[in-house]
Design a protein around this ligand. Structure first.
Ligand code: PGA
Length: 253
């Protein structure tokens, strides 16, 4: 696992957008695994800027998103499909038919999950999977558990996740309690993983991820087992990692 230490959120966003842009330039028909939440917003803003400057072309790119709230329609402003349309897809030249998000409206959860697995399986691989880090260590909506769940599943969100995500809703009571998420095996099958972590509110959990054991109780800890995982984290997020090297880049065993 390679850790890149950056000064702040702006630098984090620039670095992660540059990394994704490099992949698109090298492999124009790449498959991007994309994430929602507050952290990737700056990355998407910078990717849109690079597109508008004529430096990247999304016309052959495909995307598969990590997760979606169960029960929300695609045009619901709180759905992750809506988030992606507003914050990225509508601002670049990606083909909307090549963008995939789990179907939050499918009434049968087992069917919603198997349909999303079938979509993932259509691609030979995900070239780069972008991840945020949940306050409880989740990636996608893979919440702390006693086992890693391999494929797409319906998850009941932890209280901490509902509380954290309530900032995007008028009222905490509006936050759906369930979501569909890509599983850990599909995340780990990506050729490259990029996790971005910003702010002091993530400092304690980032320390557990970077310094602690691999355990499903801290789902992001599984990334230690990936052969090509980069974490870009700012000073605030790294403030509890006092045992780690202070260099701007370092490799964890
Ligand atoms: P955040 O969420 O980017 O809004 O902090 C990260 C996550 O829950 O995956």
């Amino acid at each position: 696992m390679r850790v890149i230490r950056v000064s702040d959120y702006e630098e984090l966003s620039l670095r992660s957008a540059d990394l994704i842009a490099s992949l698109i330039i090298l492999k124009p028909d790449c498959v991007l695994g994309l994430a929602t939440g507050g952290t990737p917003l700056g990355t998407y803003r910078d990717l849109i800027r690079l597109y508008r400057e004529g430096r990247i072309d999304f016309s052959q790119v495909s995307s598969v998103n990590l997760d979606e709230y169960r029960g929300l329609k695609p045009n619901d402003p709180h759905s992750y499909r809506y988030f992606m349309d507003q914050n990225l897809f509508q601002n670049i030249n990606i083909d909307p038919a090549h963008t995939f998000v789990p179907d939050g409206c499918e009434s049968d959860p087992a069917s919603a999950c198997s349909k999303y697995d079938a979509i993932i399986d259509r691609f030979p691989l995900i070239d780069l999977q972008l991840l945020g880090l949940g306050g409880d260590g989740h990636i996608g909506f893979n919440e702390p558990s006693d086992c890693f769940i391999r494929r797409t599943h319906c998850v009941t969100l932890k209280e901490e996740t509902i509380r954290a995500n309530s900032r995007f809703f008028q009222d905490k009571a509006e936050v759906p309690h369930q979501a569909y998420t890509m599983g850990i095996a599909d995340i780990m099958k990506a050729s490259r993983i990029l996790m971005i972590v910003s702010g002091s509110s993530k400092a304690a959990i980032l320390r557990q991820v970077l310094e602690g054991p691999v355990t499903p109780a801290v789902p992001a800890s599984v990334l230690h087992l990936h052969r090509n995982c980069t974490v870009i984290a700012d000073e605030d997020a790294l403030q509890c990692c006092d045992r780690l090297c202070k260099d701007s880049q370092f490799i964890l065993p």
